[in-house]
Design a protein around this ligand. Structure first.
Ligand SMILES: [Zn+2]
Length: 65
């Protein structure tokens, strides 16, 4: 018997971890906005990394490796 078996189905706010109804992702509008803010930063970081890798690939290609 684990914790999961005794607790009714529910989710946790992806920002603060508060228990929320199953299928929900955020406990409040504030957490939803916070998540959007974080996600934008992650997306920007991913694009920067991808751009760096592409630039590296182009440099290697131009050097004829
Ligand atoms: Zn929350």
């Amino acid at each position: 018997m684990t914790e999961r078996d005794r607790v009714p189905p529910h989710s946790h706010c992806v920002v603060c971890g508060a228990a929320i109804p199953e299928g929900e992702r955020f406990c409040s509008e504030k957490c939803r906005r916070e998540y959007e803010r974080r996600r934008r930063r992650v997306v920007l970081t991913q694009w920067a990394l991808a751009g760096g890798l592409i630039a590296l690939g182009v440099v290697l290609m131009l050097r004829g490796v």
